[in-house]
Design a protein around this ligand. Sequence first.
Ligand code: GLN
Length: 313
Amino acid sequence: MFCVTCDASKELEDLVAKARPYSQHGKLASYIPALEKANKDDLSVAIYHLDDGTCTYAGDYQEKFTLQSISKVLSLAYVLAHIGEGKVFQKVGMEPTGDPFNSIAKLETSKPSKPLNPMINAGALVVTSLIPGQNTSDKWEKFLQFVQTLSGNTEIGYCKEVQESEFETSNLNRALCYFMRQHGVLEGDVESIMELYTKQCSIEMNCLDLARIGAVFSNNGRDPLSKKELIPEQIARICKTFMVTCGMYNASGEFAMKVGIPAKSGVSGGILGVIPNRCGIGVFSPALDEKGNSLAGWTLLELMNKKYDFSIF
Ligand code: GLN
């Protein structure tokens, strides 16, 4: 992680202490067996401030976690930048669903039968199938490089144990792929798409790295230090919009009401937060509520909003 200075924050530490007990009421994700090995008590947060390039953090900030659904924002940004909005939105819609992230229901009832948005599994699988490259490893290496660049950390890789655990058990995601292939929405070899998708979901980092990625989106796609464009501004805007409307699954409305910032969560318990033109936030706490959002992480963001007035609304 690359920033001017990283400092522990006493203020944030107090909020972490208030939010941490909530993790006891949540559950670790178990449908990806390796995720169940996480430590339920963990809670970490980092804020990457755009004004001076500094980072403040609290809690178990060195703890690494896998991105899971947070990676959907990054694959969307990557694919939009490489193949353009036209081709992507021909295959994936722009509407929230109100259904759980892995639901197949709307695929059957919407006409044409394309996923409603790129933040649910069906849509993200289509986006992954559109990652350009000569073969799966070429696609993977280039995408991973993109994520390393966004986080300013060339050491970022993926957790093989979590990737294999998901790859071996992903029957529902395979079903979504085959359903969409039948309807001509998804093309290509399903096993290769599953390999790439489970690898992107298993990309591993800590909250400091995630906050740095949030800072790029906050800074309209530009590297917060060098000011170099990493994501075109219009694409960063599309991603932030999806984060507001669909980023917290079928709790996105409630999150907009209570915290009010573009955010994306993953079943590992990570949350990426973006406060436009102000800062990027990385949060991690693995115990989830019934909709799959980090319970202590969400609580912490609510407390932070009350203290720092984050809401964009
Ligand atoms: N890898 C997970 C899956 O496809 C990601 C889901 C999530 O984080 N909500 O089921």
